[in-house]
Design a protein around this ligand. Structure first.
Ligand SMILES: Cc1cc2nc3c(=O)[nH]c(=O)nc-3n(C[C@H](O)[C@H](O)[C@H](O)COP(=O)(O)OP(=O)(O)OC[C@H]3O[C@@H](n4cnc5c(N)ncnc54)[C@H](O)[C@@H]3O)c2cc1C
Length: 364
């Protein structure tokens, strides 16, 4: 290969920016270009706060990257030409690459349940959050999905607008994957904030009037917010990369694509083996280290060295429960819940520090 090695990073979320930051430190001999459809990095883990009316931080991506001599292209990736080694964009000229880091993240999944795409709102991306009406005083708001996003959103809405009626529907207990003590705390705080919880509610249809449950009940809502799962862009699948049933790129332990040796993947859009071979969960906590590791693997290969396998262990998971309460569940290496939890204001403070730390770790 002659000339500078051309690395193109797709996506300037937590994973893509963590990769860029690493390239800025260790891969200065390469020409690095980052592409994102948005000009600003918005802290995605705070979108529920934005929906509840708070201002959340955002940064100009070009400014962040160009002071570290990394090029930024503000455009949407339309297609990958893996044979020619090119990224096809909507407006700008195509970009040639020697190595590609695929970090396009995730968005709300509106497939699977009829009416979600037409009638439900989402907080999954900055664009979704901007489109959501902040005032929810017009009637009951139904949040579907009692996972981390649904819990954080319901708590934030109920705390910021105490006169509103917020319902949290899930087919399981909120935070069912956590320890009994953690689950108990989450339920207590949600109830204290006035959130109405239904943990036996499998939603089978969304309409303008509300949601229909598997038992035939219709729950009326002025706004339905879908927080029951994330999907990924279909670009990798369309380009012929090996992907799983959801379109996430299958990776080797170095984070190289199993089918395309010049492509690496990180963050929500990749299938990455964690401790005990269990897939890493979609999270900012995994996006940051996998973005960094993908960059390290690319640099090692560029220098003719063998890339190391990713070594990752979980430590804790944080939930915000409004601005004055929270939950920190300490985890075993494999993501199973440990015995220790932090709650209350200490947990809220801890989570705020973690969120700030994540943004700091992503900024090149
Ligand atoms: C409300 C909310 C709260 C959350 N709270 C937490 C939390 O407390 N802790 C935690 O660990 N995780 C949390 N998450 C999950 C976390 O935000 C994601 O797992 C994380 O952002 C994944 O990082 P990523 O870099 O893989 O993807 P993203 O952050 O989604 O970044 C992907 C980037 O790719 C860009 N992109 C996508 N498609 C294209 C295209 N075709 N062309 C160009 N650019 C494109 C997007 O604009 C985006 O900037 C939360 C998520 C939400 C929605």
């Amino acid at each position: 290969m002659t000339g500078q090695h051309r690395i193109v990073v797709l996506g300037a979320g937590y994973a893509g920016l963590a990769a860029a930051r690493r390239f800025a430190k260790k891969g200065r001999d390469a020409r690095v270009t980052v592409v994102d459809a948005h000009a600003e990095f918005v802290e995605r883990v705070r979108l529920h706060q934005q929906v509840a009316g708070q201002r959340i931080p955002h940064w100009d991506i070009r400014e962040l990257l160009e002071r570290r001599k990394i090029h930024f292209v503000h455009d949407r990736v339309r297609e990958l030409d893996t044979v020619g080694g090119r990224v096809i964009l909507d407006r700008e000229p195509a970009l040639d690459y020697d190595t590609l880091v695929y970090a396009l993240g995730s968005a709300g999944d509106s497939t699977g349940v009829p009416g979600v795409a037409e009638y439900a709102l989402s907080v999954a991306t900055p664009a979704d959050a901007r489109a959501l009406p902040i005032s929810i005083s017009g009637g009951p708001v139904v949040v579907v999905g009692a996972g981390a996003t649904g819990i954080e959103l319901a708590a934030e809405l109920a705390e910021s607008q105490p006169d509103s009626r917020v319902l949290l529907l899930g087919s399981d207990e909120p935070a069912a994957w956590m320890s009994p003590r953690a689950q108990g705390h989450v339920r207590r705080v949600l109830e204290r904030l006035g959130v109405e919880i239904r943990s036996d509610a499998k939603v089978i249809e969304v309409s303008a009037a509300g949601v229909r449950l598997a038992d035939g009940t219709v729950v009326g809502s002025a706004a339905t917010i879908w927080a029951a799962g994330f999907g990924v862009p279909d670009l990798a699948a369309r380009a012929g990369l090996a992907v799983d049933g959801r379109g996430r790129v299958l990776t080797e332990p170095t984070l190289r694509s199993v089918s395309h040796p010049d492509i690496y993947a990180a963050g929500d859009c990749a299938v990455i083996a964690g401790p005990d071979g269990r897939e890493l969960r979609m999270s900012c906590a995994t996006a940051l280290p996998t973005g960094k590791h993908a960059a390290d693997a690319v640099i090692a290969r560029m220098r003719g060295r063998e890339a190391a396998d990713l070594r990752f262990r979980y430590v804790f998971q944080c939930l915000s429960l409004g601005r004055r309460d929270g939950l920190i569940q300490f985890l075993n290496a494999d993501d199973s819940p440990g015995r220790t939890v932090l709650t209350g204001r200490t947990a809220a403070w801890f989570k705020e520090r973690v969120v700030r730390g994540a943004a700091w770790a992503a900024r090149p």
